[in-house]
Each structure stands twice: as structure tokens, then as C-alpha cells.
Design a protein around this ligand. Structure first.
Ligand code: SF4
Length: 349
């Protein structure tokens, strides 16, 4: 059973029940290098980043963040470790601070940080990480330790009536992360920042993130996500949008449905898909587009999509909203067929 969900407010963004899953990332520049950090932050904002985090290792970084945020239209998050004074000062400039309460120097210091957040209306992410769990949790499974640790910190926040909280329970292991978030959701309704930390680079990191984050989102767990890749952070946004779209929670662009092709195929599905996507690279409408190779599942899938192509032996059928709108001779050049299909997609109403 899930706990009743609560909301959190980060700038103008609300996380929680009835609100969309938000996509976030983190700048990997040195925050005090304002020019480079702002350039990256702007690229991330343009790519669709909705909440953006910055590393704050010193006071100079807080000053830099206060300058950088003037040029952004999305909430900014200050990421602080070890220094509770930096956390307090960051509450003045950031919409949210991300702390690991275990490394701020004790409960009294944590309480002063919470009071500062309360005063400045700043959200706090309680970030518990498998790599920095307290020794007292050594004898229980890591996913349980993550949850116990977060719940202990939450009690401190609640003692002083602070509930503008987001929680993350990070591990680089997919199963540990998924188990931890599921267990937490049974016990607490605070919004969750979901991700697989240090998931790596390239395809491996993307698949790991998709497996973990996707499993949780399908369960209705996760209010904001970050895909952690050893890559350009703009790539994190692209991947995160694809994960959220794949589980049907939000749509950021067209959804492609295509068959894997086989001996029955009456068209080169792989080329048609590739070239159609390339031709529609600038096309952002949130519609479904199907490309199917034969009569077996083709007409059904093509008819269920907003617009679809199903190849028969002699004729290619184009469907729009379930109705056949065009029959094309399947003996003509493939590029001409793709051109016609792309034109139909662009004009789809
Ligand atoms: S739709 Fe037809 S061509 Fe495509 S995989 Fe299925 S059977 Fe094969």
C-alpha cells in the first residue's frame, strides 16, 4: 500500500499528486566560471530541462549562482556537501537545496539549515546515497538502510514543521534503487527524485537508467527524474524525455511505432523508419507515427496510430486516425514513398 502523497514546491514548480513528472539535470561546469556555466545552463533549458542543479563547493559559487539564475527561467538547485553554512547561504539564492543530511555535521546544524530554508521558502532534497550510509545500517540490506536513513532524517524535518521536502534514495544498482523507492513509497508520501546514480556512459548508462527509472514510473513512483550519465548533460534531458514518453506519462515529440521487419515485409522498413525520422527531425508535434512492413499487424497498428503506413504487396496504405486516406503503388522508388508519407505527417490535422 502506498502512503498518501504530499507536494513540494520548487520555485513555480509543484511536485506531487496530479502534477507532471519533471525532468532535471545538473551542470558539470565549475559554477564560478559563470560564462561556461551559463552557456551550459541555457543549452539545458532549451533542451527541456525543468529544474537545474549546480555544484556549490564554496561561497564564490553561491555568488555565481545568484548571477546565473538571473538569466534562467527555470528553478535552480544548489548542491551542497559537508558545509552547513553553505547550505544556509544557498537558501537565499536557490529554489531548492540538495543536501545529504548525514554529512552536515550533526542534527543541530541540520536544524539551522532547515530553519533557513523555512525562512526563504526553499525546498530541500534529502539525498541519501548508498555510497555514504551510516555504519549503524551495516547489518541490513542496502535498500532498507536507504529507507531507514531517509525516514530518520525526515523526522528531524517534521519536528520543526518543515514539509517542503523531496527525497532521493540513490544507488548505482538498479535492483537496490527500485526496491528502496518502492519500500519508501509504502512508508512516506513525500515527492521522490528518482534516478540511478552514476549509471555510467553511453548505451549502458542509458539502458540502466531506463530500466530503473522506467520500472518506478510505471508503478507511479517518481515526481522528478534525473538520468545521470557520464556525458553531455543535454543528453541526459533527451534520454529522460524518452523514458517519460515511453511509459506514457508525457509526450515531448512524435511517438514512432514500427515493426522489426521479417521475411513477410513488403517494404524496407528500416530505411523507411530511418529516413522518415531524419526528415522529421524538426517536427515536434505529439502524434504517433507507425511504419509497418506487411498485412499481418500492419493495418491494425497503422490504424491505431495518428498516422501510419502499412505495406501490402502491391499497395501501401496510409491511415489517418484509423481511416485509409491514400493508396500508393508499391512499385515506385522508396524515396518517393517516404517523401509522400513525410508530407502527409507534416500536414496531419
Ligand atoms: S508487421 Fe509484417 S513485416 Fe513487420 S514484423 Fe510483423 S509480420 Fe514481419
Amino acid at each position: 500500500m502506498k502512503a498518501t502523497k504530499k507536494n513540494a514546491k520548487i520555485g513555480e514548480i509543484i511536485l506531487g499528486e496530479g502534477h507532471p513528472v519533471r525532468i532535471q539535470s545538473m551542470c558539470n561546469t565549475v559554477t564560478t566560471d559563470i560564462k561556461s556555466t551559463l552557456a551550459q545552463a541555457k543549452s539545458l533549458e532549451k533542451a527541456g530541462c525543468e529544474i537545474l542543479r549546480f555544484g556549490i563547493p564554496d561561497q564564490e559559487s553561491i555568488k555565481a549562482l545568484s548571477e546565473i539564475r538571473k538569466h534562467l527561467n527555470i528553478p535552480v538547485v544548489a548542491d551542497i556537501h559537508f558545509d552547513y553554512k553553505l547550505a544556509i547561504a544557498s537558501c537565499v539564492v536557490a529554489d531548492k537545496i540538495r543536501v545529504n543530511p548525514g554529512n552536515l555535521g550533526g542534527t543541530d546544524r541540520l536544524k539551522t539549515v532547515i530553519e533557513a530554508a523555512k525562512k526563504h521558502n526553499t525546498c530541500i532534497r534529502i539525498g541519501v546515497n548508498a555510497g555514504s550510509l551510516e555504519k549503524r545500517f551495516n547489518k541490513i540490506p542496502i535498500h532498507e538502510a536507504l529507507v531507514h536513513s531517509a525516514m530518520d532524517y525526515i523526522r528531524v524535518f517534521e519536528e520543526i514543521n518543515f514539509e517542503n521536502i523531496v527525497v532521493s534514495l540513490k544507488s548505482s544498482d538498479v535492483q537496490t534503487s527500485v526496491k528502496a523507492y518502492r519500500l519508501f513509497r509504502e512508508k512516506s508520501g513525500y515527492p521522490l527524485h528518482v534516478g540511478i546514480t552514476e549509471s555510467g556512459s553511453g548505451e549502458e548508462g542509458i539502458i540502466k537508467s531506463a530500466a530503473g527509472i522506467g520500472a518506478l514510473l510505471v508503478d507511479g513512483i517518481g515526481d522528478t527524474i534525473r538520468v545521470s550519465l557520464s556525458d553531455d548533460p543535454v543528453r541526459e534531458i533527451e534520454v529522460a524525455q524518452k523514458i517519460v514518453q515511453a511509459v506514457g506519462l508525457r509526450q515531448f515529440g512524435p511517438e514512432y511505432i514500427s515493426c522489426p521487419t521479417c521475411a513477410r515485409s513488403n517494404i524496407d522498413v528500416i530505411s523507411v523508419c530511418k529516413k522518415t525520422k531524419e526528415s522529421l527531425i524538426d517536427f515536434n508535434r505529439r502524434i504517433s507515427i507507425a511504419v509497418m512492413g506487411c498485412e499481418v499487424n500492419g493495418p491494425g497498428e497503422a490504424a491505431h496510430a495518428d498516422i501510419g503506413l502499412a505495406a501490402g504487396k502491391d499497395r501501401i496504405l496510409i491511415f489517418e486516425k484509423g481511416k485509409i486516406v491514400e493508396r500508393i503503388d508499391n512499385t515506385g522508388p522508396i524515396d518517393q514513398i517516404i517523401e509522400l508519407f513525410v508530407d502527409r505527417v507534416r500536414k496531419f490535422k
